[in-house]
Design a protein around this ligand. Sequence first.
Ligand SMILES: [Zn+2]
Length: 257
Amino acid sequence: MRKLVKVFIDPGHGGSDPGAGGNGLLEKDLTLKIGLKIRDILKAEYEGHSIKLSRTTDQTLSLNERTKMANNWNANILVSVHINSGGGTGFESYIYNGNFSGKAETNRLRGIIHDEITKEIDLKDRGKKEANFHMVRESAMPALLTENGFVDHKDDAAKLKTDSYLTKIARGHAVGLAKALGLKKKAEKKQQYIEIVTDSLWTYNSPDWDDRAVTVKRGEVFTVVKDKFAVGNGHMYQIKSGLYITANPSYVRVYTK
Ligand SMILES: [Zn+2]
């Protein structure tokens, strides 16, 4: 089996360090919400990875503790999530501005993730930048830091106040990470349908052969919401309207799409 790719997410600040503040928002709250959402999206939609957060609560952590955690875990990539302030607007990302082995690869991965985030969020692209930040300097794996809008900018803050916007930011990170790391999408469960293959057939109000509802006709197609299950001596499906119908292949044909 392929080894799991280790993704380390660092929600910036926390606990006694609120980070930037403005318009009733604190950076540490936003970064935590985004970090948790990145984890949830990656878990729900992609496979082949293992994900760790530097913090999952409003916890105080030094920068050293954060990079130590990622280095000791042997993460394959680190993303430190931040919100900007200081009178600008938009999104930007950072890698370390020094020379280090693997810089080209780090920059390539950052490029993929940066582009997926800007595709997802409706914010000005301030560019792919470099800086001497602890989180990108002291981590032993490819590392980037994202600055997702400005808390002290009215329009950015209005967006950051809505949960759906934080989900967009998180989705950009998750999709970018998946693309950069070659994570496979989880197989989607295919939708089942049934087609009536007899002239007239009873449906049922409940999973009970005596609880007849209405008849349906040959050629009609229904969406299955509950897979075949045993009822008395036979089997039923539940269809989208809430009604139940026999699973007997003499009367219905099931197919997926
Ligand atoms: Zn910050």
